[in-house]
Design a protein around this ligand. Structure first.
Ligand code: ZN
Length: 317
C-alpha cells in the first residue's frame, strides 16, 4: 500500500553512525533501500536539533544533516527524488520514485529572524516542527505542569507562523504546548499538522492531542500522524511494546473525533525506543492489514495512508 510518513529521524541516525548517506544503514528503522520495498510514496526526513548545544553547534549539525540528505538524493536518484509541492509528489510517483520532503524538528535555529526561515525554505525545507522539548524563539514545549502547558507562542512565533503559512512551509505542532497549539489554530487559515502525535484520550502523554485539539485540527483541514512510540500509544506509560492493534485504536479514535480526513502516518522511526511489532519501514503493511480487519474501507485506508497528507501538501506548500 502506498503511504506517506510525515516524520522520521533517520538523518540524525545516519549522522550518529558517521554515514555519508542514508542509502543503506545498519540497525535503523528506515533507509532508502528498505523504503523501496516498503510501499512508501513519500517520506518526510527531519533534521532534528537537540537543544543542549549552542546555536553555532546546532547550525553545524543542521549543515551536516543537510549534506547527508543531499548525498542521499544524489546516490539514490533512481529511487528517491526531492519534493517541494504536490506536483512533485505526483510527478515522482508517476516515475516510480519515492518523494523526499525535508523538515526541521525544532525551530530554534530561526533565531527570531524571518530571513532564517526564508533561508531554510530556499534549502528545500517544507515543514518546521516549531519546538522540540525545550522553550525556543517560537514558543514552549508540551509539559506536565499545567501552567507551562498553557503558555502560548512568543510574539516572534506568531509572526513566524503567519510567514510560514504565506511561504508554504507546513507548521507542525507536535511537541508544542497546548497554549501554542491554540495560538497556531487561531492564527492559521490553511491546514497545519501534528506530524507525529497520537490521542491523549487513549495515552496520557502530554505529547498527544486532546479531543478538543483533534476537532480544531480537523476543522482546519489538518492531519495528525500516528506515532509508533510505545509511550504515546499505550494507556500505561510503563508498557514498552509498540502494538499494531493499539495504533488501530488511535486511528479509530481520530476518526471518531475528527473524521476520516484528519489522520495520517507519522511513524517517528529512528526517533523512538522500545519493542516494536512494526520494527522497520518494510513492515508497514501490518498496519494496513490490521485496519482492513477492523472494517476500514479501501477508500478510507487510502486517505489515512496517503490522501490526507497529500491534501495538506497541496493546500499548505
Ligand atoms: Zn519528535
Amino acid at each position: 500500500m502506498n503511504y506517506i510518513d510525515m516524520h522520521c529521524d533517520t538523518l540524525s541516525e545516519a549522522l550518529v553512525r558517521g554515514q555519508k548517506t542514508a542509502k543503506s544503514l545498519e540497525g535503523t528503522m528506515v533507509d532508502v533501500e528498505r523504503l523501496k520495498r516498503s510501499g512508501a510514496a513519500g517520506q518526510f526526513f527531519a533534521m532534528f536539533l537537540p537543544q543542549k548545544e549552542s546555536i553555532p553547534q546546532l547550525n553545524t549539525l543542521l549543515e551536516k544533516m543537510y549534506e547527508i540528505y543531499q548525498n542521499t538524493l544524489s546516490e539514490c536518484s533512481d529511487i528517491l527524488a526531492p519534493a517541494y509541492r504536490a506536483e512533485d509528489l505526483e510527478k515522482n510517483r508517476r516515475e516510480g520514485k519515492i518523494s523526499a520532503f525535508l523538515t526541521i524538528e525544532n525551530g530554534v535555529v530561526a533565531e527570531e529572524k524571518l530571513e532564517n526561515i526564508q533561508r531554510f525554505y530556499r534549502k528545500g525545507v517544507r515543514l518546521i516542527t516549531l519546538t522540540w522539548n525545550d522553550e525556543n524563539c517560537f514558543g514552549y514545549p508540551h509539559s506536565s505542569d499545567r501552567e507551562e502547558m498553557r503558555r502560548g507562542l512568543t510574539p516572534f512565533g506568531k509572526e513566524a507562523v503567519s510567514y510560514m503559512e504565506e511561504q508554504g512551509i507546513l507548521v507542525d505542532v507536535s511537541h508544542l504546548s497546548d497554549g501554542g497549539f491554540y495560538d497556531v489554530a487561531d492564527i492559521m487559515k490553511k491546514p497545519f499538522v501534528a506530524s507525529h502525535s497520537n490521542c491523549r484520550a487513549l495515552a496520557p502523554a502530554t505529547r498527544n492531542l486532546t479531543d478538543d485539539m483533534i476537532r480544531l485540527l480537523a476543522e482546519h483541514g489538518g492531519v495528525a500522524g500516528i506515532n509508533f512510540e510505545p509511550s504515546f500509544l499505550n494507556g500505561n506509560p510503563g508498557d514498552t511494546l509498540s502494538r499494531v492493534e493499539r495504533m488501530c485504536d488511535h486511528v479509530e479514535h481520530f476518526i471518531r473525533i475528527g473524521g476520516v480526513e484528519c489522520v495520517g502516518i507519522g511513524t517517528d522511526f529512528d526517533g523512538i525506543g522500545g519493542q516494536f511489532e512494526i520494527s522497520d519501514c518494510t513492515q508497514m503493511e501490518k498496519l494496513f492489514t490490521a485496519l482492513r480487519k477492523r472494517g476500514i474501507s479501501e477508500g478510507t485506508l487510502e486517505k489515512i495512508a496517503y490522501r490526507n497528507v497529500e491534501r495538506v501538501i497541496r493546500e499548505g506548500m
